[in-house]
Design a protein around this ligand. Sequence first.
Ligand SMILES: [Zn+2]
Length: 362
Amino acid sequence: MVPEIIKSGDDAGNKMVVKYTYPDGVVIHGIGVPQAWDSPLGPTWCYVVEGEHLTLVDTGSNGTVQHLEEGLQYVGYPLSAVDRIVVTHGHLDHDGNCFDVVSRSGAELWAHEIWGKFLGVGRRDEENDWRQRYMDFPPSRDPEWEQRIQNHQELSQKLTLTNPVTDGTVSEDFTFYYTPGHSPDELCILHERLLFSGDHILPLITPHPSVSMSYQIFRSLMPEEYQNENRYYGLKTFITSLKRVAHLGEDITVMPAHRAYFRGKFNPIGLDRALVIADHHRSRCHDLIGLVRKETMDLSEVTRKLFSHLKLDDQLFRMAFTEVISHVELLEEMGDITLVGDQARTVQWSGTENFADFFEAD
Ligand SMILES: [Zn+2]
């Protein structure tokens, strides 16, 4: 379904406001809230759902509330009219404006219960911990980015999660599905035949899987029932969540948080996109094993070879390396590879391809 453009924006959809009208009369507005920095990603799509209450799904990056406010005005509401905010997950391009919206509207905050536990926690700093274990160069130091994270953390500390949700929570016409993997607090929210997918399912691009090792770092902060075994971080978790939403039902339209519009075009997707993303990771596992089939290979070299189509500067290399780690973790867990060498940075094939069964299973 291609929406009507209420307010035009740029080629990536920044500052655009669109109106989706579905056959059963459901009307949803999307606001393309630009990032607070120059980003090739394009805006965060924040959705406005009218009904008994005015609901906003995601808020955009901290520092961009004026764009959210302007977009809402085009839909016909002041910021103060928002009754509830639904947060898809705790990344700053999604929940960064929560504090501003809550303080001006008194809106309820709905998010996964883990999001509530992580408020004000420096998620990224500590994740660098495991990265150090595998990489020789120091974590990136971008003062502007660190300032933004710091600001996000301070704003988050002032928030209270008024309405924590868990998998299966139903409120009026919203059903919440817990879909961890990209983030440990990721939610997909079903409203009528629409699924607000946050960063779980995106058109054109594949969401970054998290890394299983992060579980050890954040485990103690999670609600008690999440502290036994890791089902919240890593590629295996992500794929499991993708397969799950893929089977939610027929004729469901996905409302993604990024790339709904890009290079002058709308990119409508359905739930089959979840399986395309899963298959992308299956074939990357296949390619990774292909690299180490004949001889062992160092993790950095695996990264350069798997991403040989990209020119990897430091920042891109870090992202690619993280992606490789998430695949290595899955293959290790399946028994298909082991990490060998004195620093355990070399990938050795075990002679099996058990990962294929995992990807194929329903
Ligand atoms: Zn995200």
